[in-house]
Structures are given as structure tokens and as C-alpha cells.
Design a protein around this ligand. Structure first.
Ligand code: HEM
Length: 514
């Protein structure tokens, strides 16, 4: 009996010894794999870094370290501003690393123009296809090659001047209603009328631009559900910042990252919005209405999948309202800070239009002074502060000014914000001076010779630029005639430069009825 017990004990001991040895062996293997993996990973990152540094060795730039690149400098937290300092230090073409990503920054106007006009050699890289694509899906902004050509052919006709001009009537109606609903309603007493009130114009313009764009593209009136439209505005703005962060730091698209979460939230709300619009359209079609707008074009193209349609819709809604809203907000902010200029503009508008109730597209094209104010506002606050491209082949550029080779697969960045404040191009670059655009022949807001590209350049130029300009002109005319803007003491917009120049504290001005 005792012997059996002994044997059992022995067996148990052997088994536990076996497991212990196996565990040790397993842990040994795991540790070795982790150590070897780390060494290999580090060697890969280092080799990659050395290789990229070698490829860009001919270009100057800030000191870069493996893994963190040039981001050891705290200035990188506000990249759009920091790039101005880097341009001063390193000249018009320089290299830098955003963590592990090598970037060639180009600010020379002629070179930027040349690159932007060659969309075959310089295509939209991962910034667009991966990061923008994460929120916009497969739309015009993210597409390259044939997909882009097809998308532009499908939607382009709705954005040309002759299609946009008839929409002026609707913009007039929408803005007049919004002024009554959101601004005039704040004036409850005579005292209110005399004292005026502080107001976040960014929130106001976001709702207004969303109403205009939904009406224009889908004949949908978002004002029927004010809470919902406010939520869309908020989430699109937050999502734009989120995408900017992900893109700049090339973060992985993991759900646990707050910036990814904000984009996912934005996507869900926009998908829900699309479903509402589709239901509305189906009902209208059933009621016998006829349409010829962007939504109609998308729905009636049999070659598009549902995913393609969703991509076009998301792209248009996101690109089509927040940009225009911030554009108008900065305009009003600058006018508030420059009261004399504002008074001149007010007098000019009264002189040209009197109290004309409906402003037409032709009217807006004649308002040169207003156009110059808008151009100057986009110079100081370009809503899209940086553009990027990727180079498909080793490209040699040689002319009287340049002789350089851009290596294949290099990411190129054009810091529009820094270019628009470059003292070599602009006299008194930080001063709000609309008269600097007096001699510009074109009214299309692009002065390529000077490197002024607020809407991009070449065949990837903003599809909505005519719409944005007409819409903003009409809205500003009504607003400037109705209210006087003054600066709110101590208020400065806290700009967070993501994909667009959004702010964390809105854009506030003091409004007094005229
Ligand atoms: C003030 C308002 C706006 C500004 C400052 C602006 C700016 C820009 C810029 C700079 C680009 C070029 C991007 C690049 O080359 O990488 C662009 C492209 C684009 N924008 Fe706008 N935009 C505005 C309004 C709009 C509106 C109202 C729409 C309406 C749908 C829109 C839709 C698009 C689309 C679809 C593209 C991509 C075009 C293509 O690649 O073919 N944008 N925008």
C-alpha cells in the first residue's frame, strides 16, 4: 500500500517537473523571440531611416533621429506654424522626418505649381488613400488615375459656374432665414439691439454651409432637424482634426486611439445622414418629383457600387461644408479686427447693391472689393494648410531655377500656410491687406504665379471652389449689411491645424445690428 502511494507521489512529482521544464523552455523561447524580434525590428527601422536619409541626403533640413524623426522638436505639435520657422531656417526645399516618415517640403511657388499640375508623376499617396480614405471612403479626394477621371466626369458638371449660378436664389433664402432664426432672435429688447452680443460665428456658418450644401447636392433641408444638423457639424469638424492627426503622425487605424474613434463616430453619423437623405429622395421620386443634381448622378450611374456612392457622398458632405464655414468665419474675424476695412466694405456693398434682396451669381462676380477681402482672408487662413503628393518615379526637374532629383516614392509636402506668409512673396505678410490682390487679373482665387493656391491647382483643383466662392459672397453680403462685427476682447482662435484650420474655441465676434 505504502509502495503504491510512493509510486503515485513519484509520478506526480515527475509530471510537475515535466511541466516546469516545459514552462521554462517555453518562456525561454518567448524571451528569445521577443529579444530577436526587437533587435530585428530596431535594425529594420534603423536601416530604413539610414536608407531614407541617404536618398534625401542632397536636401538640407532639421536634425532627424531614428523612430522620432524631427518630432523631438516641440514645435511639431503645431506643424502648420512650425513649418514657417523651418522654411526660414532651411530654405524653400528641405527634408524632415515625421517620426519614421521622410518628407520633402517644397515652398517654391513655381516648383509647387509644376508638381501640382503633373498628377500622373505626382499622385495622391497614403495620406489620401489610407487616411482620408478611412473617413471619406472611395471619393474624389482619395481617388487616383482612372477612378479619379471617372468621378470628376460624373460630378464635375454640377460644380461648373452655369450649374452653380441658379443655386444663388436658394442661398439667399437659406441665409436670410438663418439670420432671423439664429441672430435676430438674440435681440429681445431695445437694449440688446444697442449693446449687441458675442457670438460663435463658426457654429453659425457650419450650420448654414451644411444647409446650403445639402440643398445644393441632394435637395435636402437639414433645418427640419436642428439638433441633428448641429451634431453633424460638430462631428465633421472633430473628425477632420482626427484625420489630420492620424495622417501627420502616420498612426495605425486602431479603435483604441481617440483620433480613430472620433473618425469612426463621424462616419457612423454621416452614414445615418445618407440613409435619411436616400429615404427622402425615394419618397420624392415616388411623389413624382424630378431631379438633376449630384445625388441623382450618383444614384443613376449603374457602374457605381453602394460603397462608391457612400464614398462620394461622404467626401462631398465633409469637404463641402466645414471648409466653407471656416472660410467665412475667418473672413468675419478679420473684418472684426479691422473695423476701418469693414466700414469701407459696408459702404462699398451699399453703393453697389443698396438693399437688393436677392444677390445673384453675376452680382457676386462684380463685387471686386469683397472678392479681395475673401482672397486675403484665405491667404492668411488657408483652410487646407498643407497639401501632399507622392512621387511615382525618380524625377529630375531642371530649369533656370532648379536642378534637382526627387527620389521615387518620396512624400512631398506643400505648406500652403507657410507659403502664404512667406516675406519673399508677400509684402508685410502678416498684415490684412486686401489691396495686395488689386492687380490680379483673375477672380478665380488662384494666382499660380505667386504660389497662391487656396483651392489647390491643376486637374486636382477643388471641385467646389466656384460654389464656395458664390455661397460665401452671398452670405457675407447679407451678414455685413445686417450686422457690424467687432473683436471680442481677449478672444483669439485656438487653431489646431489638422486637415483643415479648425479651432478648439470656435471663432467669436461681437455682433451689433446695423
Ligand atoms: C472655402 C472652401 C474650400 C476650400 C478652401 C477648399 C480647398 C480645397 C483644396 C486646397 C483642394 C485640393 C486638395 C489637393 O490638391 O490635395 C480641394 C479639393 C477638393 N475639394 Fe475643396 N475646398 C473648399 C470647398 C469645397 C466644396 C464646397 C466642395 C464641394 C463638394 C469641395 C470638394 C472638394 C473635392 C471633391 C476635392 C477633390 C478634387 C479632386 O481631387 O478632383 N471643396 N479643396
Amino acid at each position: 500500500m505504502q509502495m503504491i502511494h510512493h509510486q503515485e507521489q513519484h509520478l506526480k512529482q515527475s509530471i510537475s517537473t515535466f511541466f516546469f521544464v516545459m514552462l521554462q523552455l517555453f518562456l525561454n523561447i518567448v524571451i528569445k523571440v521577443v529579444v530577436v524580434g526587437t533587435i530585428c525590428g530596431a535594425a529594420f527601422v534603423l536601416t530604413r531611416f539610414l536608407y531614407d536619409s541617404y536618398r534625401l541626403r542632397k536636401f538640407r533640413g532639421p536634425i532627424s533621429l531614428p523612430v522620432i524623426g524631427s518630432c523631438w522638436d516641440p514645435g511639431f505639435a503645431e506643424l502648420y506654424k512650425h513649418l514657417q520657422i523651418l522654411v526660414k531656417r532651411h530654405g524653400k526645399i528641405f527634408q524632415m522626418f515625421s517620426f519614421t516618415r521622410p518628407i520633402l517640403v517644397i515652398t517654391d511657388p513655381q516648383l509647387v505649381r509644376r508638381i501640382l499640375s503633373d498628377h500622373k508623376t505626382f499622385y495622391k499617396g497614403e495620406d489620401y488613400t489610407k487616411y482620408f480614405g478611412f473617413t471619406f471612403g472611395k471619393g474624389l479626394i482619395t481617388a487616383n488615375g482612372e477612378d479619379h477621371r471617372k468621378g470628376r466626369a460624373l460630378l464635375g458638371k454640377y460644380f461648373i459656374r452655369s450649374s452653380v449660378a441658379p443655386f444663388a436664389d436658394a442661398v439667399n433664402r437659406i441665409v436670410k432665414h438663418a439670420i432671423l432664426e439664429k441672430l435676430d432672435s438674440q435681440l429681445l429688447s431695445i437694449q440688446d439691439r444697442e449693446n449687441g452680443f458675442d457670438f460663435n460665428m463658426e457654429e453659425f456658418f457650419a450650420v448654414l454651409a451644411l444647409r446650403c450644401f445639402s440643398k445644393f447636392a441632394c435637395d435636402y433641408d437639414t433645418s427640419i432637424d436642428p439638433k441633428y444638423e448641429k451634431a453633424i457639424c460638430h462631428i465633421v469638424s472633430k473628425g477632420a482634426y482626427g484625420v489630420g492627426l492620424l495622417m501627420m503622425f502616420q498612426l495605425p487605424l486602431w479603435n483604441c486611439i481617440p483620433a480613430v474613434k472620433s473618425v469612426v463616430n463621424a462616419n457612423e453619423i454621416i452614414e445615418d445622414f445618407y440613409a435619411k437623405i436616400l429615404a427622402h429622395r425615394q419618397q420624392a421620386l415616388a411623389d413624382g418629383h424630378k431631379f438633376d443634381d449630384m445625388l441623382y448622378a450618383m444614384l443613376s450611374d449603374p457602374t457605381l457600387s453602394d460603397e462608391d456612392r457612400m464614398g462620394h457622398f461622404r467626401t462631398a458632405i465633409c469637404a463641402g461644408h466645414d471648409t466653407t464655414a471656416y472660410f467665412m468665419s475667418y473672413c468675419v474675424y478679420l473684418l472684426a479686427k479691422n473695423p476701418e476695412m469693414q466700414q469701407q466694405l459696408y459702404d462699398y456693398l451699399l453703393d453697389k447693391l443698396g438693399d437688393k434682396a436677392t444677390i445673384t451669381a453675376d452680382d457676386t462676380a462684380q463685387l471686386n472689393f469683397l472678392q479681395r477681402v475673401m482672397m486675403e482672408s484665405l491667404r492668411l487662413y488657408p483652410i487646407v494648410p498643407n497639401l501632399t503628393r507622392e512621387c511615382s518615379v525618380d524625377t529630375h526637374i531642371k530649369d533656370s531655377n532648379f536642378n534637382l532629383t526627387i527620389p521615387k516614392h518620396t512624400t512631398l509636402m506643400f505648406p500652403i500656410f507657410a507659403m502664404n506668409r512667406d516675406p519673399d512673396t508677400w509684402e508685410d505678410p502678416t498684415v490684412f491687406k486686401p489691396s495686395r490682390f488689386e492687380n490680379k487679373a483673375s477672380s478665380d482665387f488662384t494666382s499660380a504665379k505667386d504660389g497662391y493656391f487656396p483651392f489647390g491647382y491643376g486637374c486636382r483643383i477643388c471641385i467646389g471652389n466656384t460654389l464656395a466662392q458664390m455661397e460665401a459672397s452671398i452670405i457675407l453680403v447679407h451678414l455685413i449689411r445686417a450686422y457690424k462685427f467687432s473683436a471680442v476682447p481677449g478672444f483669439h482662435p485656438k487653431i489646431r491645424g489638422g486637415v483643415s484650420l479648425t479651432t478648439t474655441n470656435g471663432i467669436c465676434v461681437h455682433l451689433t445690428p446695423r
